[in-house]
Design a protein around this ligand. Structure first.
Ligand SMILES: C[S@@+](CC[C@H](N)C(=O)[O-])C[C@H]1O[C@@H](n2cnc3c(N)ncnc32)[C@H](O)[C@@H]1O
Length: 205
């Protein structure tokens, strides 16, 4: 089952900003700079869509963007975003249910996987993996636990909160790194944010 954030759309960005300051934004800005002009880009789980405006500030034209978001209210907000002269296709569905041509130069999964059960993660990962071209870039941002006590506390609080508001099922982070490794992805760049609790990684297929 998809982790649908429909009910949280109206306050999601404000809450994220309150808890994390600019960390979630800076994490994604770091990743967006790896996108080459003219790329065919898949964005999965872009939330309210501010990432479209940030991407447009870097490339105001020439990109082909497929924007897949399962939450209806998130999609409604995303469709109002400024996207310059880029070509954007919006798909309001769970990515694993969408049949797309496997020719993306870049896929972006910003804080998508952390609320998935291991089983959903495997399904979604495998689906996206087949959509990315050989040598394509996979830009992933997610939470990670590096042994600091407050990370576990913050993660648990998020799971409890989003279970109550949005019915999110996850109780722990899925094994994200091991999947990229098992599928022979190469990490070409990485950076951590917010006391190592957040990691951004650029993988090459
Ligand atoms: C934790 S939020 C992150 C939102 C945004 N990336 C950000 O950083 O502000 C995850 C988003 O992924 C969407 N989502 C979850 N499962 C999905 C799926 N299977 N396909 C597409 N979108 C999905 C949710 O509706 C939600 O908007």
């Amino acid at each position: 089952m998809a982790a649908n954030y429909h009910n949280s759309a109206w306050f999601y960005d404000r809450l994220a900003r309150l808890v994390y300051g600019r960390a979630l934004i800076n994490t994604q800005l770091y990743l967006l700079h790896y996108i080459e002009p003219g790329s065919n880009v898949l964005i999965v789980g872009g939330g309210t869509g501010w990432i479209l405006e940030e991407l447009t500030k870097i490339h105001s034209s020439g990109l082909r963007i497929t924007y897949v978001e399962v939450a209806e209210a998130m999609m409604a907000l995303s469709q109002k975003r400024e996207t310059g002269s880029n070509r954007v296709v919006y798909i309001n569905n769970a990515v694993e249910n969408v049949d797309l041509a496997p020719d993306f130069d870049v896929v972006i999964t910003p804080f998508l996987f952390d609320n998935f059960t291991e089983q959903t993660f495997q399904t979604v990962f495998t689906h996206i993996h087949h959509l990315l071209k050989p040598d394509g870039l996979w830009l992933n941002a997610d939470f990670q636990l590096t042994g600091k006590w407050w990370q576990q506390l913050l993660l648990k609080s998020m799971f409890i909160f989003f279970k109550a508001i949005c019915g999110i099922e996850a109780r722990k982070l899925p094994g994200i790194e091991s999947y990229f490794a098992a599928n022979n992805y190469q990490v070409i760049s990485e950076k951590t944010f917010f006391g190592d609790f957040i990691m951004a990684k650029v993988y090459r297929k």
